[in-house]
Design a protein around this ligand. Structure first.
Ligand SMILES: Nc1ncnc2c1ncn2[C@@H]1O[C@H](COP(=O)(O)OP(=O)(O)OP(=O)(O)O)[C@@H](O)[C@H]1O
Ligand SMILES: [Mg+2]
Length: 245
């Protein structure tokens, strides 16, 4: 099982990417588990799960096994809820507090080909748990002025995790979301980021596409909602890069 964490600044498209990368991997015939590690529970709700009876909070707080809900062929979700919002305080005094998710995931065994973790925007204990549990990190980013500054702090945390907890962790790819090729600034930023990340900058950029935003409120992934959209084309191309990686 390849464990992928999707981490990045607030609002860049982490959850949209976690949903559609998971759905795309599943469409390509892989058995996929996607973990909602964010108390905002956007991913959980996007899959049509509201107020789950069992959620990640119960696992972290009470030690229950991770709840797994099958949402479609080849695709299962570990749901979360707002209850998880206080979990960092709850686990802060626990030892060891960084390997909680990793331990739970070892309990899952090898029944999945991929496990995708949707991280919250903050770089606190939850993201730390995700990075300790993961093998690979993918970082979505917007082509905005000084975009690399926001990435600096994530790269810093990833390096600390590598040094102290998870030497095998690798940044497999950085990719643009809400991409608009028509903007002059976009090209400039693409060149900057290419200089910074080299081959780690993925070839696929996810273009701005309203169907991606619409699909979430309809409880569908982009391949079900509008398979002919740019969003579906771009995420499938990204998924193929991930599989090749
Ligand atoms: N390529 C895109 N084109 C248009 N809208 C997009 C695109 N990607 C994401 N969005 C929209 O941008 C908003 C933020 O996306 P998303 O929730 O995926 O970001 P996030 O990084 O998970 O945010 P948070 O940090 O709050 O968890 C959502 O309304 C989403 O529908
Ligand atoms: Mg999110």
């Amino acid at each position: 099982m390849i464990k992928i964490a999707i981490s990045g600044k607030g609002g860049v498209g982490k959850t949209t990417s976690a949903i559609n990368i998971s759905a795309g991997l599943a469409k390509q015939g892989n058995n996929v588990l996607v973990i909602d590690a964010d108390p905002q529970a956007n991913l959980t709700e996007s899959f049509g799960i509201f107020d789950p009876v069992k959620d990640m909070y119960l696992s972290f707080s009470k030690g229950d096994p991770l709840p797994i809900v099958k949402v479609k062929e080849n695709l299962s979700v570990v749901p979360n809820s707002l209850n998880f919002a206080g979990i960092e305080l709850e686990i802060a005094g626990r030892m060891p507090r960084e390997i909680i998710l990793k331990e739970f995931m070892q309990g899952i065994g090898n029944s999945y080909d991929y496990c995708v973790i949707d991280c919250p925007p903050s770089l606190g204990l939850i993201t730390l748990n995700a990075l300790v549990a993961a093998d690979e990190v993918y970082i979505p980013m917007e082509a905005e002025f000084l975009a690399y500054r926001g990435i600096d702090s994530i790269v810093g945390i990833i390096n600390l995790v590598k040094k102290h907890f998870n030497p095998g962790l690798t940044i497999k790819g950085v990719f643009f979301t809400k991409y608009n090729e028509q903007r002059v600034l976009t090209k400039e930023i693409r060149n900057q980021i290419k200089g910074y990340f080299g081959d780690n900058l993925m070839k696929t950029a996810i273009r701005v596409n309203v169907a991606l935003a619409e699909s979430q409120s309809s409880g569908k992934d982009i391949f079900e909602y509008d398979p002919a959209s740019n969003g579906a084309t771009d995420y499938m191309s990204l998924v193929k890069e991930i599989i090749k990686n």
